[in-house]
Write a protein that binds this ligand. Sequence first.
Ligand SMILES: C[S@@+](CC[C@H](N)C(=O)[O-])C[C@H]1O[C@@H](n2cnc3c(N)ncnc32)[C@H](O)[C@@H]1O
Length: 287
Amino acid sequence: MATNSKLGKHPELKVIEGAKIRKTKPYSDIDLNNWRAYDHIETDSLWLFDSRAKGKGHKFEYHGNYIPQIAEQLFTRYTKPDDVVLDLFLGSGTSAIEAKNMGRRAVGVEIKPELTDYVKTKFTKEELKNIELINGDSSSVEVRKDIEKSLKKFGQQKAQFAVLHPPYADIIKFSELDNDLSNCNSVDLFLDKFKDVAQNSYDYLEKDRYAALIIGDKYTKGELIPLSFMCMQKMNEVGFKTKSIIVKNIEGNETGKGKANNLWRYRALAGGFYIFKHEYVMIFQKK
Ligand SMILES: C[S@@+](CC[C@H](N)C(=O)[O-])C[C@H]1O[C@@H](n2cnc3c(N)ncnc32)[C@H](O)[C@@H]1O
């Protein structure tokens, strides 16, 4: 790939094989001179997916895992091949699997040791050269050394994209572990710990790069707790600028159908509230 000296003032413009001019941003491989070719890439703030994408290593086997289409959209918009994606709540490894599928690398942190071990089995020895799995507490100071070590293995000091898909406070209890964010006994404590994770993600993200927070709200004793916006505020407090708030349907995450749905419908009608059918994908930039 040669850079045309006439385009010196515009480093995002590159000439490939002396003919086709590609126009890309430093954080994405999308060719802006060929932008009509990206029909499948979302640019609207409402994401409606019919169902969860299956195959290519992805399974709906872990309650609370996000649909692979989210990773595909985000990695296409905000990463280039070989970039390192840092996922602070790795869970069943959706980000790492999609990073591998898309030719990116990944560092994932997960608090449950059995889960980190299991995710490891999803990759071959060769693939694990590009995937680093850390068993640890993402809100801790101790995890920073592990993240540094993993990035160093990739010859990097910082990651190029960060994913934060925390427990939605106590909605799903993920483990009995004390530092598991789903075990915080108050929303305030959850937010304090989330802020520590946000800080770690900020510190290990390259400047000008992007981060995504995937989160939903919850009800407690008949009151809506806007966890999403509260967490967004924590992201801002550690220095991230909010770029977009995307509303995404939760089709594909649901397991309860039929009778359970009817019961919720009755409760909603009787309780004066609406059943959550959406969650958020919030986009931030480290400026
Ligand atoms: C919503 S799930 C993430 C699912 C993941 N995106 C996927 O697709 O499989 C949240 C995960 O965070 C983990 N977790 C909770 N507290 C944590 C902490 N302090 N550090 C690291 N991981 C934590 C939970 O065990 C759970 O697997």
